[in-house]
Design a protein around this ligand. Structure first.
Ligand SMILES: [Zn+2]
Length: 329
């Protein structure tokens, strides 16, 4: 009898989930701060993952500056385990649209993730960069649970990356020929909760131990903090101080592009986000990939004219990667 009861007890959770198909996409959020003051600029890190065993494309905020948010934050108050929504980000983006912007496609390998930061209360970049277009809502001091929604369906491009499913029945509404799209409910997908305490302005709260991932007197971080951009550029150009690994003043490096053109020389960029004394700064570095050797090109032309062969002389190399410059934007 006891065993039967145990079997039933174990069996029930499985039975109740039997109809649900496994998720193909996930969003998780994290924050290295637990206590923030109402106007403080702080970072929440977003990670979106392809949970399928195929290569998949997803949408990321990219340079989006109009329309509806792809990532929306919601704030809950919890009393006796009961969650009440107390605030949410306005979904319509209000940004400077003088430059054209849109969401980006991102190709993800099976089980691969894409991580990017968003910044709250970054008034300097609020209307310029979508990652900074977040503001902590005016809430009384206290502890809140925060979650993020991934909401792609207001984007016209969503139909190229996702397969619409309803929230209740996770079977695709219409079966498409392309099986390879990620299933996405009409209501989007939500993240985990993180706990965030908003301190009242007048109350002193202890500074948290922010662990520095790099060495104590890191010259790269020092240069960023004091906005010595020539120095920062020099360090990047000469690949010094392991600058690509984690640094306390370097919030983010964009992943390398999915593909580059194979006609040389070609150009590539990496976006960077720095934390300086005066706030968050956005930048990008441009690289030239490949090198053309003009003298050799002339020689080959000459050899072709005279001997009708190039003697196997290479006139370009794809192995040369040269940093062009660092630009703040
Ligand atoms: Zn550092």
């Amino acid at each position: 009898m006891k065993q039967l009861f145990l079997l039933l007890l174990l069996g029930v959770p499985f039975l109740s989930f039997a109809d649900l198909r496994p998720s193909q996409f996930s969003i998780t959020i994290s924050c290295d701060k637990q206590v923030v003051s109402p106007n403080e600029c702080f970072q929440i890190t977003i990670q979106v993952s392809n949970l399928t065993v195929q290569n998949q494309s997803i949408l990321i905020p990219g340079a989006q500056n109009k329309g509806k948010r792809l990532i929306q934050l919601e704030y809950y108050q919890v009393t006796n385990n009961f969650y009440t929504k107390v605030a949410e980000e306005i979904r319509t983006i209000q940004m400077d649209t003088s430059e054209r912007g849109s969401v980006y496609f991102k190709r993800l390998d099976p089980k691969e993730s894409y991580t990017f930061p968003i910044f709250l209360n970054d008034s300097l970049n609020y209307t310029k960069h979508i990652q900074s277009n977040y503001r902590l809502p005016k809430l009384p001091a206290g502890t809140y649970q925060v979650l993020a929604w991934y909401l792609p369906w207001d984007e016209e491009l969503a139909k190229y990356t996702f397969q619409l499913t309803t929230d209740f029945d996770k079977n695709p509404i219409e079966v498409s020929e392309e099986e390879s799209k990620i299933e996405m409910p009409a209501g989007g997908i939500n993240s985990n909760y993180i706990s965030l305490t908003i301190a009242s302005d007048s109350v002193f709260y202890p500074k948290e131990n922010t662990c520095t991932p790099c060495e104590e007197h890191c010259r790269f971080c020092h240069a960023i903090e004091h906005e010595k951009w020539h120095k920062v550029e020099r360090i990047i150009r000469h690949e010094q101080h392991d600058w690509r690994k984690q640094h306390s003043q370097l919030c983010w490096i964009s992943p390398n592009p999915d593909a580059i053109l194979d006609c040389l020389p070609t150009y590539s960029t990496n976006e960077l986000i720095f934390k300086t004394k005066s706030g968050i700064k956005y930048a990008f570095i441009t690289y030239q990939i490949g090198k053309i050797y003009p003298v050799r090109q002339r020689l080959v032309q000459l050899f072709h004219l005279v001997f009708n062969t190039s003697f196997g002389i290479r006139t370009s190399s794809y192995k040369k990667v040269r940093m062009m410059k660092l630009t703040l934007w």
